[in-house]
Ligand binder design. Sequence first.
Ligand SMILES: Cc1cc2nc3c(=O)[nH]c(=O)nc-3n(C[C@H](O)[C@H](O)[C@H](O)COP(=O)(O)OP(=O)(O)OC[C@H]3O[C@@H](n4cnc5c(N)ncnc54)[C@H](O)[C@@H]3O)c2cc1C
Ligand code: SF4
Length: 351
Amino acid sequence: MNPITYVAPADASEALDALGGHEGNSMAVGLAKFIAGGTNLIDLMKENVMRPVRLVDINGLPYNQIEETETGGLMLGALARNADTAYHPLVRSRYPLLTAAILAGASPQLRNMATNGGNLLQRTRCYYFYDSQVPCNKRDPGTGCSAIGGLSRQHAILGASEHCIATHPSDMCVALAALGAIVHVQSPSGKRQIPFGDFHRLPGDRPDKDTNLAYDELITHLELPEAQAFAGHSVYLKLRERASYAFALVSVAAALDLAEDGTIREARLALGSVAHKPWRDLQIEAGLVGVRPDAAVFTQAAEALLSNAKGQGANDYKIPMAHRAIVRALTMAAEGTVTNTGEPYISEVTV
Ligand SMILES: Cc1cc2nc3c(=O)[nH]c(=O)nc-3n(C[C@H](O)[C@H](O)[C@H](O)COP(=O)(O)OP(=O)(O)OC[C@H]3O[C@@H](n4cnc5c(N)ncnc54)[C@H](O)[C@@H]3O)c2cc1C
Ligand code: SF4
C-alpha cells in the first residue's frame, strides 16, 4: 500500500503551494499531482505507473465556466467537464468540430467526470506503459522501449523516436490543435499562454515528458480563438476497432472556410493517434488555400502530410488508413458540417 495525503485547496495559489516542489519545500518534484476528474490518474495509480505521495484536488477551484472572450472566441475552464463543454450551446454552434471530437471519445459516464485540463494531460495507451514489469522509457527512463519490436499495432507513424513510438490518445486535443487553441497556465512565478501546437512534445530522447508544461504549472483555461468561418464545414472522423468506447486508430479533424466562389479560403487539418502529439502541418494547410475542393487536391494533401510516415510493421496499416481518412474527412467537410450529437448542425443558437 502506498500512503497518500490528500488536500483540497480553494484557489490556485493554495493549489500551487500544496503541489510543493518549490525552493524551501522538502517535497521532491514529481511526488505530488493535481487531480481533476481522476479518470486517468486513478487508473495509473492502481497500476502502480504513477505513484504520487500527495493528491491536490483542484475540483474546488473556480475554473469550470465557459465564457465568451472579447475577441469573439470562447474561454473554456480547465475544470469544465468534457460533457458540459461538448453540449454547451456556444461550443456546439461555433465549434461543432470540438463537440464532435469530445463526443467521439470515451463513454458518457467518463465524459461527465473528465475535465478539459485533464484531457490534455492524459497519458498514452501503450500497453507496455501500463505494465510496470516491462521496460518503458516513458514510465522508467533509460529502461528501453518494449513496443519497438513488440506489440505496436496502435503506435506512431509520424514523429516517433528510437526511444518511444507511443501516440497521444486524445480526441479532444485533435480538434483543439486544428482550432488553434491556446492553453492558459498559472505557476508560482505568474501566468503564461502556450499555443496548442507547442503544448505536447515529440518523444525525442525524453519520452517521459509528454508536454512542455512545467511541474508547478496549473492549467486554468483553454482559449478558443474566433473560428466562426469554419463552423459550417467541419468534421471529426474517428476510425477505431469498435463503434464506441474505443480509442482511435487514426482520427482526422478537418475544417474548411469556403469563399463565395467555392474555393478554399482557409483550411485546418489535424491527425490524431498517429504521433506523440496531435499532428498538424501548417504548410499543407496553406497549400489548400485558393483551390477548389476536390478529391485530387485532398489526395495530394494526404500524400504530403504522410510523406515521412513510417510504420513498425504491425502498424503499417495506419498509413493507407490515414491517407483515406484525410481525403474522406476533407471531402465531408467541404460538403458541410457533420455532427455526432444525433441532431443536425445549427449555426446560431441563443444561450
Ligand atoms: C476506459 C476509458 C476510455 C477512454 N476513452 C477515451 C477516448 O476514446 N478518447 C479520449 O480522448 N479520451 C478517452 N479517455 C480518457 C479520458 O478522456 C481522460 O481520462 C480524461 O479526459 C482525463 O481527465 P480527468 O479530468 O479525469 O484527468 P485526471 O485523471 O484527473 O488527471 C489527468 C492528469 O492531468 C493532470 N491535471 C488534471 N487537471 C489539471 C490542470 N488543470 N492543470 C494541471 N494538471 C492537471 C493530473 O495531475 C493528471 O496527471 C478514456 C478514459 C478511460 C478510462
Ligand atoms: S512506445 Fe513509449 S510508452 Fe510504449 S513502451 Fe515504448 S517507451 Fe514506453
